[in-house]
Write a protein that binds this ligand. Structure first.
Ligand code: UDP
Length: 476
């Protein structure tokens, strides 16, 4: 039998392309030919890896954004205009990629299609070629189990106020949210084309061959079981995927080139004591109101801790002027703080022994990267499934403390005060609880490393997936 060949088609968003690239590297490192599908503007995310790993190749599909009224420059999720139904247009353009994807499948005849959950039509495409479609959600088992429960039981309909806590029913743990922390999609507060799209996502999850997770069994065992046994969907855990980046170059250049020289960043961290630096970064997408950025600066200063702060603000009215920055902030914190404007080498920073806490929006990749580094978290969820991911760190694993963010909001996130920020940071860094939290985080880090080693849970799950793909190929 010849070599297995797998197609990987991530949503064009950093939080999806980064783990899918790591996943493709994993397949390639185990002798599988891996072809990544993306659009021309996103090629740079993958090109270095493609040059380095011989089993890895890339194929491009022209993105028909202009045809659906998007600006020519828009080929990525964080570039979607908020106005004019930008999101729906973007998904429409994605769906228009179907014929070109089919041409590629016809030409290369791979044995499996790993496609993003946001491409629901990919299940039918794979069926046409009689190959399994594996769905990649890019999030936790917990998040998917929680969303499923919210959808079925709608517990937010039984509360008397938006801020009243309710339990997410029928989960292995008692996890509480408020109505404001549930996404408008789950609350049913979006209009029809979006609801229709969400329904399509669900159906494609149910009809796909199975799901592949960037997670590992020991991190969320109850939810891996719940997903498979209660939701009834086949699933394989092959993560944490960021651990497949072993050398400095791979760790430093994920997604795009850093805005700071890696060595300069490492030297700065080298000058600090172990566990003494707070790393604050909110992924590739979050957008804060200027008033919130102001509170953030005040909060980190009030905590008294050393910090690395990644400021990635694309607000037009701000125009890079940073008028929100407290007067004299940079001068006062010159010795204590390193500000990175733009993209940070996140894994390199978290993996440095100086890293003491991670102030994070609870994007799943960020959480996993902190878990792999054994760094406790200050959790500050903003949107998507982040409020549920937060619960894993604060309530279940107890390696994080929340700042108390209250509302699911993509744009103009605001409302967390400097006192709450400083307090949460101090609790994680220097309180009585810190040592215990750090020690729990270290235990989970060790489990993460073991999971991908020979004989570990993710290693074995990956083997069984490969066996299954081979068997499928032999039968069909
Ligand atoms: N990331 C990075 N540097 C940055 C910001 C983000 O390397 O300055 C990476 C981060 O390491 C993670 C991904 O981008 O792998 C962000 O994914 P996540 O799921 O945490 O958040 P999202 O961007 O999807 O909201």
């Amino acid at each position: 039998m010849g070599q297995l060949h797998v197609f990987f088609f991530p949503m064009m968003a950093y939080g999806h392309m980064i783990p899918i690239l790591d996943m493709a590297k994993l397949f390639a490192s185990r002798g599988v030919k891996a072809t990544i599908i993306t659009t021309p503007a996103n090629q740079p995310v993958f090109s270095k890896a493609v040059d380095k790993y011989t089993q890895l190749e890339i194929r491009l599909l022209e993105f028909p954004g202009v045809e659906v009224g998007l600006p020519e420059s828009c080929q990525r999720h964080d570039q979607i205009p908020a106005a004019d139904n930008g999101l729906l247009r973007f998904f429409k353009a994605c769906a228009m990629l179907q014929p070109s994807l089919e041409d590629l499948l016809q030409e290369l005849r791979p044995n499996c299609l790993v496609a993003d959950m946001l491409f629901p039509w990919a299940t039918n495409v794979a069926a046409k070629f009689d190959i399994p479609r594996l769905i990649f959600h890019g999030t936790s088992y917990l998040a998917l189990c929680a969303v499923n429960s919210l959808r079925i039981h709608k517990p937010f309909n039984n509360v008397t106020s938006d801020l009243e806590l309710f339990n997410i029913p029928n989960l292995p743990h008692e996890l509480k949210l408020t109505k404001l922390q549930v996404s408008p999609f789950e609350r049913g507060e979006v209009e029809n084309p979006k609801l229709e799209f969400m329904r399509g996502l669900r159906e494609s999850e149910e009809t796909s061959y199975g799901a592949i997770f960037n997670s590992f069994y020991e991190l969320e065992p109850d939810y891996a079981e719940h997903y498979k046994n209660v939701l009834g969907i086949r699933a394989w855990s092959v993560g944490p995927l960021s651990l497949y980046n072993r050398d400095l170059e791979d760790k430093a250049q994920r997604g795009k080139k850093s805005a700071i020289d890696e060595n300069e960043c490492l030297e700065w961290l080298d000058s600090k004591n172990p566990h003494s630096v707070v790393y604050m970064c909110f992924g590739s997408f979050a957008n804060f109101a200027p008033s919130q950025l102001h509170e953030m600066a005040m909060g980190i200063e009030a905590s008294g801790m050393d910090f690395v702060w990644v400021i990635r603000n694309k607000r037009e009215e701000d125009n890079g002027s940073e008028k929100w920055m407290p007067k004299g902030f940079e001068e006062r914190t010159k010795r204590k703080g390193l500000i990175i404007r733009g993209w940070a080498p996140q894994v390199l920073i978290l993996d440095h022994e100086a890293a003491g806490a991670f102030v994070t929006h609870c994007g799943w990749n960020s959480i996993l990267e902190a878990v792999c580094a054994g760094v406790p978290m200050v959790t500050w969820p903003l949107f998507a499934e982040q409020f549920v991911n937060e619960k894993l760190m604060t309530d279940i694993l107890q390696t994080g403390i929340g700042v108390g963010s209250k509302e699911w909001k993509i744009l103009d996130n605001d409302g967390v005060k400097k006192e709450a920020i400083a307090e949460a940071i101090k609790k994680v860094m220097i309180s009585e609880e810190s040592e215990e939290m750090r020690s729990r985080a270290k235990t989970m880090k060790d489990k993460a490393k073991k999971a991908i080693e020979e004989g570990g849970s993710s290693y074995l799950d990956f083997n069984s997936l490969l066996d299954e793909l081979r068997a499928y190929r032999a039968k069909h």
